[in-house]
Design a protein around this ligand. Structure first.
Ligand SMILES: C[S@@+](CC[C@H](N)C(=O)[O-])C[C@H]1O[C@@H](n2cnc3c(N)ncnc32)[C@H](O)[C@@H]1O
Length: 264
């Protein structure tokens, strides 16, 4: 089974577990048994109050991108790998009825869960699209803010994801992404020894790989800031960048997927 299919199956299982009140399921992003440490605890009590219990239970992120993305009324937001919909719902409330929040996910079970959670939360300015984040099903220059929570590390083609982010952003658009990021000194093998690929550890980019990847995709004002350690030398991080010019992506062989595949 290829790596993307392993990821899809693991998160289909996590969606089914959330539906039955079982939390993350086995081996998801909270596989180390410390879900609070991984990311769920990073949402405020106020944000929890805005969400159905099922959406909080289905949260599998490693940060809180809605807290860093500074969303404004009327904006269009896109969440890559939207899972149970927690960040799409929070974004939809922040941008208001004049704005729109899109979620893209490849897993049918997650899309069904997210649509149910959004209906329960009473938000209608949301759209959950089936697709892969390496080929985002939205037109160029159509999104003000791209957010994502613990998903880019799972991609088997990270340069394609970063290029797609630059493509869909409007000029002046920005990103506010949470992800797992490794310290630069860790080799691919050392990252894989700290956790699985489907558990959001082995596929993590290093700090300098992330910065170089975003710059190669044509984004500016790039920053990657560690927030909390999730494994030895591996951190939850906030990733920010802006699109100040029409992106002209460069090839960056450093990030090619084969280097990250043999891990599970
Ligand atoms: C760790 S969960 C995070 C879900 C959500 N962002 C959250 O914070 O709860 C990863 C999600 O990304 C989706 N996903 C992983 N790789 C993907 C890809 N290449 N394209 C689209 N969705 C993907 C999975 O189906 C899953 O719903």
């Amino acid at each position: 089974m290829d790596l993307r299919e392993q990821v899809r199956q693991r998160y289909a299982e996590a969606a089914r577990a959330a539906e039955t009140g079982g939390g993350c399921g086995s081996g998801s992003c909270c596989e180390d048994g410390r879900p609070g440490d991984f990311g769920k605890a990073l949402y405020s009590a106020e944000q929890h109050g805005e969400l159905p219990d099922a959406a909080v239970l289905a949260s599998l992120g490693c940060g809180n991108p809605t807290a860093v993305a500074e969303l404004n009324e009327g904006e269009t937001v896109l969440d890559l790998g939207s899972g149970g919909g927690i960040d799409v719902i929070l974004s939809a409330k922040r941008v208001g009825p004049a704005g729109t929040a899109y979620g893209v996910d490849m897993t049918d079970e997650m899309l069904a869960l997210a649509r149910k959670n959004a209906a329960e939360a009473g938000v209608s300015n949301v759209h959950f699209l089936k697709g892969v984040i390496e080929q985002i099903p939205l037109p160029a220059d159509s999104v003000d803010v791209v957010i994502s929570n613990c998903v880019i590390n799972l991609s088997v083609d990270k340069p394609a994801v970063l290029r797609e982010i630059a493509r869909v952003l409007k000029p002046g658009g920005r990103i506010g992404i949470s992800d797992v990021v490794a310290q630069d000194h860790l080799t691919s093998e050392e990252r894989a020894s700290r956790g699985s690929y489907v558990g959001c550890i082995a596929g993590a980019l290093s700090h300098s790989e992330y910065v170089a990847g975003l710059e190669a995709a044509g984004l500016d004002d790039v920053s990657v800031v560690f927030t909390h350690e999730v494994a030895d030398g591996m951190h939850g991080a906030i990733v920010k960048a802006t699109k100040t010019r029409q992106a002209q992506p460069r090839e960056l062989p450093l990030l090619q997927p084969a280097a990250r595949a043999g891990c599970c």
